[in-house]
Design a protein around this ligand. Structure first.
Ligand code: ADP
Ligand code: C5P
Length: 243
């Protein structure tokens, strides 16, 4: 499997010759529900397309040093903790087929770091994050909206493991943050956004049937798009009939 965080185009079709609006998929769900894992499975099955995975976490506002020292008071699960304007402008640029810089984020220091990464023209954009279905302007960009629905106890267990191993936290910190911010915000903002999903995936990446159906749908939609382009070249179809 290629690096899913970068765009790829393995089937030999020259990138510059495939000029169309990308198909945009949003993948939301609670913390550690398996969003990234599901996205990586989908990406591994879309090998003939140029796909980019964009993480909403890349658009967290950086904390000041003072805020960072008191990060336990900060609610990273509230919609206002993201720079949604920047996310929208990056998505718009990519939609137009222009290259864009996606910031990098460091969970240990709660700041954007480095110069980010450049993303070029792609066929499919997968936007993943706890709150990607919360803001209507972001939802309106999406061709397909997915909510990964995993049991809360399972998610908390995974989160403890991940945050202590990968994000430099201790168990007490993770549990306090979960009770104070993560769980209340899940109930207030993330769970209510499930109603906007076209597809809900119970059990995350364990759900082979749901992932199969989603991949089939994406292939169908991308195929329709390519077919429409061929007909358009042959018969000059008015733009209102374009997919
Ligand atoms: P999210 O992107 O929603 O935060 P991830 O996909 O990163 O979730 O998964 C969080 C953690 O749980 C990771 O360590 C991942 O390996 C693990 N995980 C995800 N899905 C499963 C699964 N179906 N079975 C076991 N572990 C899983
Ligand atoms: O990968 P996942 O979807 O779990 O990432 C989102 C989570 O990251 C949020 O629940 C938020 O509490 C957490 N987070 C954090 N520290 C940060 C930024 C985000 O604990 N600096």
């Amino acid at each position: 499997v290629e690096d899913p965080s970068s765009s790829h185009q393995p089937n030999g079709t020259p990138a510059q010759t495939r000029n169309k609006v990308p198909f945009i998929i949003g993948v939301a769900g609670g913390t550690a529900s398996g969003k990234t894992t599901v996205c990586n499975v989908i990406i591994s099955r879309l090998r003939d397309q140029r796909v980019v995975l964009i993480n909403q976490d890349s658009f967290y506002h950086s904390l000041s040093d003072e805020q960072s020292a008191n990060a336990h008071d900060y609610n990273f699960d509230h919609p206002d903790s993201f720079n949604t304007e920047l996310l929208l402008s990056c998505m718009e640029t990519l939609r137009k087929g222009q290259p864009v810089n996606i910031p990098s984020y460091d969970y240990k220091i709660h700041k954007s770091t480095g110069s980010g990464r450049m993303v070029n023209q792609v066929d499919v954009i997968i936007l993943e994050g706890i709150l990607v279905l919360h803001d209507q302007r972001v939802r309106d960009l999406m061709n397909m909206k997915i909510f990964v629905d995993s049991d809360s106890d399972v998610r908390l267990g995974r989160r403890i493991k991940r945050d202590t191993v990968e994000r430099g936290r201790n168990i007490q910190y993770v549990l306090d943050q979960y009770a104070k911010h993560v769980k209340p915000s899940f109930e207030e903002f993330i769970l209510p956004s499930k109603k906007y999903a076209d597809v809900i995936i119970p059990r995350g990446s364990d759900n082979d049937v749901a992932i199969d159906l989603i991949v089939q749908h994406i292939h169908t939609k991308l195929g329709q798009h390519d077919l429409c382009k061929i007909y358009q070249n042959l018969f000059v179809i008015p733009s209102t009939f374009q997919i």
